[in-house]
Design a protein. Structure first.
Lengths: 109, 113
């Protein structure tokens, strides 16, 4: 069965304290891995798509990487405005997108 | 600005009543989706549509119904048959190509008592 697991469930950081969020997956035939950011009471906002192992994407303080079994979202020198829930999703076939439960990130000033 | 509009933001209903959630997009996307989000769980697909007048069931379609009469609109009806309807509902759209990201609306929070 296709599964996506995100860890940790929650992460509290001090401003400037870099860290990483993990998304591990067991799927048959990965077509793409997606990262989204979700603010409370809002819909998810697309961040990155990764297609193949070894690929990396960057946007401001965020960098996403992909291996054959997992993806990491690295946050460098985070700011309070980076506080949000980060969702990982994998596309396995057609329109079948499987989401993890998310990591709730809090960055304290 | 292009985007997806969901309405209302909050909805309260009594048990046993059907309720319809609105979703409109002006991104000219062919594909539209409805997801349900519950605390501690990943988003779960209810229904999706890749073209007007056609839609398919997702993982948790029981107790829900949809229509796709126009490209821009994909309303979701939560029927009285849905056993646990209280949740945050998200509508999304995408281009139909492989690996196209989803674009989400800001959700409707439905509370049924």
């Amino acid at each position: 069965e296709d599964q996506v697991t995100q860890s940790p469930e929650a992460l509290r950081l001090q401003e400037g304290e870099s860290s990483s969020l993990n998304c591990s997956y067991t799927v048959s035939g990965l077509r793409g891995l997606f990262w989204y950011r979700q603010d409370p009471g809002k819909g998810p906002e697309f961040l990155f798509t990764l297609y193949s192992a070894g690929e990396e994407k960057e946007k401001e303080r965020l960098k996403a990487t992909l291996t054959k079994k997992e993806s990491f979202l690295h946050i460098t020198a985070p700011k309070p405005e980076d506080s949000a829930t980060y969702l990982c999703a994998v596309q396995v076939r057609g329109n079948d997108m499987r989401f993890g439960a998310g990591t709730r990130l809090t960055v304290k000033p | 600005d292009g985007g997806i509009t969901q309405s209302p933001k909050y909805l309260f209903r009594k048990e046993g009543q059907n309720v319809t959630l609105s979703c409109e997009q002006n991104l000219n996307h062919d594909a539209m989706y409805w997801y349900r989000q519950d605390p501690g769980q990943g988003l779960r697909l209810i229904y999706y549509s890749q073209i007007v007048n056609d839609f398919q069931k997702g993982d948790i379609a029981e107790g829900y119904s949809v229509s796709r009469e126009k490209k821009e609109s994909f309303p979701l009806t939560v029927t009285s048959a849905q056993k646990n309807p209280t949740a945050f509902y998200l509508c999304a759209s995408s281009e139909t190509g492989v690996n196209s990201p989803l674009h989400f609306g800001n959700g409707t929070r439905l509370t049924v008592t």
